[in-house]
Design a protein around this ligand. Structure first.
Ligand code: MV4
Length: 513
C-alpha cells in the first residue's frame, strides 16, 4: 500500500479522499491556496502545503506546483478528486515522470475519451448504441447543414472538446443553423480553446442515466449499476439517485455490458462513468465518458456497500479487484442532494461568506459529505458546493422520507443555501412518481416563477419578507407562552425553533455590523 497520498483538490471531495486514506492507514497530504488556509481539508490532513494564490489557475490547476508539493512531502501517489486537474492527461503524465502514481486511468485512455468524437468512434468500434450523428469533427458549416438535413431536425451541435453543456446548441429548424453554428463554435473556443463541433440528432425529454465502472490493472472490469441524474439545472446536476426508478434487470445488464465493453476498448482502468441518454421506450444511447471519480459516487456506494475511493486507491496500487461482477449486489435506494451556498431569491447566484452556524442532520440512513464548518468563510473563488446530503432507504419512498426529515433538521445561517429547493422538489408528484427527464427542473422552476408563492415559502419570499414573518411569529410565540391563562401552550417544533433562533442571531449580527 502507498505510504503517503497527496490530495490535489479542496472542499468536500478532499475530505472524502482523506477519510479513505485514514481507513487504509495512509498518510493524507493536503494542498491549499491562500483562500483555503483555514479550510476543513487542511485542518483534517496529516500534512498540508501552500500552493499559491486563491485563483485556481495559479494554484490547484498548476501541475508543477502539485508535483512539487508531492515531491517535497515524499508522496508516492496523487489523487486528483474531480474538477481541476482530474481529467487532464498532462497531470497523469507528469506523475509518471516524477515517479508518483496517479490514482486514475492511464493518460492514453483519458485522451481517447476526452475528445467526444474520439469517444464516439470508440463507441462505434465497441458496438455500443449511440444517437445518430457524426463520428468526426465537422470542418465547415455547409457540411454540417447537409448532415443535419440528412438526419432530420431537431439536431444538436456539440463541442468536440466539450462536456457539461458548454458549446452545445439545439437547432430546431434549418433557419437557425448558421446562428447556432456561430454561437456554439465561439462558446467552445472560449471555454476549451477548441471551437470544433460535431452533430447529433436531438432526443426529446430523455433521462440521464450513467453507469459506474471499476477496472483493475489485471484486465478485470466490472460495473456497479447505474445512477439517474435527470434533475439538473442548466446542465448542473442537482439530485442524483441509485438505482434509476425506470431500470429493469435486463436494461441494467445491457447498459452495464455496453459500459464495460467501452471501457475495455479504451484500455481503461480505475473508476469511471459512462453517461447515457435513455428515451421513453427505454432505448439507451452512449453520450460520453467521465474519466474521474464523480461528485455523485456516494449513491452508488450506499446501494452497493462498496467504498469506491478506497477501491480506486487499491487499484492504483496494483491490487486486483476483490470481487467479480456476480458479487455486485444492489440493496435499497439512495438519493443525493447537492447543497450549494447560493441565493434562491437571486436566481441561485453564489452566496459566499461566513457560515455563522452549521447544524448538520444525522440519524438513520443519513450521510453528509461536506467540507465546511461553522465559523468558516465560504470563499468566492471556487464552486460554491458546500457538500452533499445523501439518504439511504430500503426503498425509494423511505429514502425520500429520510431526505425530507434530514433537510428539515439541517440549518445553516450566515450564508444562503439551496436546501429549501430540495424540499420543494421532493414534495412534487412528478419527483415522487419519478416522472422526470433532463429538463424537468428547468421547466418546474419557470412554472413556479410564474405563479408567485406565499410569503412563508422558504425560497420564494424575499429575505425582508421572511424577516418580517419570522419576527412576527417569534413575538406571537413569546406573547403566547408568557400568557399564564393558557394551560396548554402549543409546542413549537424543533425545526421552527432552530429557524427562529438562527434568524434572530443573524439579524443581531447584521445589526451589530
Ligand atoms: C443531448 C440531449 C439530447 N439529445 N444530446 C447536455 C449536456 C451534455 N453533456 C449532453 N447534453 C444533452 N445532450 C442529444 N443528442 C440532451 C442533453 C441534455 C441533458 C443531458 C444530460 C443531463 C441534462 C441535460 C439537460 C438538457 C439537455
Amino acid at each position: 500500500m502507498f505510504k503517503k497520498i497527496l490530495i490535489a483538490n479542496r472542499g468536500e471531495i478532499a475530505v472524502r479522499i482523506l477519510r479513505a486514506c485514514r481507513e487504509l492507514s495512509v498518510c493524507a497530504v493536503a494542498v491549499y491556496s491562500d483562500a483555503d488556509r483555514a479550510s476543513l481539508h487542511v485542518r483534517l490532513a496529516d500534512e498540508a502545503y501552500p500552493i499559491g494564490p486563491s485563483p485556481s489557475r495559479e494554484s490547484y490547476l498548476v501541475i508543477e506546483k502539485i508535483i512539487g508539493a508531492a515531491r517535497h512531502a515524499g508522496c508516492d501517489a496523487i489523487h486528483p478528486g474531480y474538477g481541476f486537474l482530474a481529467e487532464n492527461p498532462a497531470l497523469a503524465r507528469a506523475c509518471a515522470e516524477a515517479g508518483v502514481t496517479f490514482i486514475g486511468p492511464p493518460p492514453e485512455a483519458m485522451e481517447k475519451l476526452g475528445s467526444k468524437t474520439a469517444a464516439r468512434q470508440l463507441g462505434r468500434e465497441a458496438g455500443v448504441s449511440m444517437v445518430s450523428g457524426t463520428l468526426e469533427p465537422i470542418e465547415r458549416m455547409e457540411d454540417a447543414r447537409k448532415e443535419a438535413l440528412k438526419i432530420g431536425f431537431p439536431v444538436v451541435l456539440k463541442a468536440v472538446a466539450g462536456g457539461g453543456g458548454k458549446g452545445m446548441r439545439l437547432i430546431e429548424r434549418e433557419s437557425e443553423f448558421a446562428g447556432g453554428w456561430r454561437d456554439a463554435s465561439s462558446e467552445a473556443q472560449n471555454a476549451f480553446g477548441d471551437g470544433r463541433l460535431y452533430l447529433e440528432k436531438y432526443l426529446l425529454r430523455p433521462r440521464h442515466i450513467e453507469i459506474q465502472i471499476l477496472g483493475d490493472r489485471h484486465g478485470h472490469i466490472v460495473h456497479l449499476g447505474e445512477r439517474e441524474c435527470s434533475v439538473q439545472r442548466r446542465y448542473q446536476k442537482v439530485i442524483e439517485e441509485a438505482p434509476s426508478p425506470v431500470m429493469t434487470p435486463e436494461l441494467r445488464r445491457a447498459m452495464g455490458d455496453a459500459a464495460v465493453k467501452l471501457a475495455k476498448a479504451g484500455g481503461y482502468t480505475n473508476a469511471g462513468t459512462i453517461e447515457f441518454l435513455v428515451d421513453a421506450d427505454r432505448r439507451f444511447y452512449f453520450l460520453e465518458m467521465n474519466t474521474r471519480l464523480q461528485v455523485e459516487h456516494p449513491v452508488t456506494e450506499l446501494v452497493t456497500s462498496l467504498d469506491i475511493v478506497k477501491l480506486q486507491i487499491r487499484i492504483a496500487c496494483g491490487e486486483p479487484l476483490p470481487f467479480a461482477q456476480e458479487d455486485v449486489a444492489l440493496r435499497g435506494h439512495a438519493i443525493e442532494c447537492r447543497i450549494y451556498a447560493e441565493d434562491p431569491d437571486n436566481n441561485f447566484f453564489p452566496s459566499p461568506g461566513k457560515i455563522l452556524e452549521w447544524r448538520p442532520p444525522a440519524g438513520p440512513g443519513i450521510r453528509l459529505d461536506d467540507g465546511v464548518y461553522g465559523g468558516w468563510i465560504v470563499p468566492n473563488e471556487y464552486d460554491p458546493m458546500l457538500g452533499k446530503l445523501i439518504a439511504w432507504g430500503a426503498n425509494r419512498a423511505e429514502a425520500i422520507a429520510r431526505l425530507q426529515r434530514a433537510l428539515g433538521e439541517f440549518y445553516a445561517s450566515g450564508i444562503k443555501t439551496n436546501a429549501g429547493l430540495f424540499l420543494r422538489i421532493l414534495a412534487t408528484r412528478d419527483f415522487q412518481s419519478a416522472d422526470i427527464y433532463t429538463r424537468w427542473l428547468d421547466d418546474f422552476l419557470s412554472k413556479s416563477r410564474r405563479s408567485k408563492l406565499s410569503v412563508f415559502d422558504d425560497t420564494e419570499a424575499t429575505s425582508s419578507e421572511r424577516d418580517a414573518a419570522t419576527i412576527a411569529a417569534f413575538l406571537w410565540h413569546m406573547a403566547r407562552s408568557a400568557d399564564s391563562s393558557e394551560k396548554n401552550p402549543a409546542p413549537v417544533s424543533a425545526k421552527s425553533r432552530w429557524k427562529l433562533e438562527g434568524r434572530l442571531d443573524q439579524l443581531n449580527s447584521e445589526v451589530e455590523r
